[in-house]
Design a protein around this ligand. Sequence first.
Ligand SMILES: [Zn+2]
Ligand SMILES: [Zn+2]
Length: 351
Amino acid sequence: MKCQSLNEFGGALIAEDRPDLSVSGSEVVLRVTANGVCHSDLHIQEGCYNLGGGQKLSFADRGMKLPLVMGHEPVGMVVAAGDEAGELDASKNYVVYPWQGCGDCHQCKDGRENYCVAPRYVGMHIDGGYADHLKIPHPRYLFDIGTMAPEIAAPLACSGLTTYSALKKVEDTLKKAPVVIIGVGGLGLMAVGLVKAMGGLPPVVVDLDPVKREAALKAGAQAAIDGAATDAVAQVQKAVGGTGVLATIDLVGAESTASLAFDAIAKGGKMVIVGLFGGSAPWALPFIPVKAVTIMGSYVGSLAEFAELMDLAHKGLVPALPTKTYPLDSANDILHQLEQGRVVGRAVLTP
Ligand SMILES: [Zn+2]
Ligand SMILES: [Zn+2]
């Protein structure tokens, strides 16, 4: 099999030829037909998250081992399966649920493998989709993509699921007040469409980029506000109207966006932080009880949420990210372009 291997944090990916993958038990090997290049792959390659104040969270300290084949948005066709894997259709493309857990911890037993204490995430702890073949431990992680193109289905595994799971956390507010979505790049546009699919009021979006704000309005947002405006908080509150801001989804996760969300949120509101831009919390502690605000993190989503998302996708209710496909050996080039903010839409490798 061919792969692009990360052999040292901070280094370039190395093209490698490895022995073919074998299967046993419930294992399944897929021929990879598409794998989305996610922004978090840049963090993995770098080996850390920025925690603000010069502090970093090191992946090596958190148990990530090299060499690693990155890629947590894989789609593929079954080429081999162990004798306990059951019947699988070799003519179909499947998207892989990548947030796999140990199966034994209390989170896994409660159906939240994405919060597993000893995770086995595809492309982070086990080899992922920057390769022409990929092995997964069990077919329950495979979802038929139906008539979707592989490059359209691939980003559902991370971008789509992340957005859906964040919205699920504030689902009870979506019909009462417009949710405020901060950051309307690809995930934000997906969120605007998902709010509609979930029966919510048209959201209010915030972004620095006028082009992105325009795109969000076209996608169905009821108002689009410039986060850099001096009165951005007042504008957000005015656009939401009567109930006050009951929920914010911060897809950026920077100090400036967290501040904006905190200042805009009404008493008893819920702030969901999704983005991993980095920094440290900017708010004063007494305001947390005084406003009785709930500050929640959301990290990807559960297997059950992915099944729900795939149902919506089959019904055509999940807006497709604009994607462009590239050969596997351009992975380094794509990551470099992504780092410089030069990738428009979603880059997908098609090995
Ligand atoms: Zn991702
Ligand atoms: Zn677990």
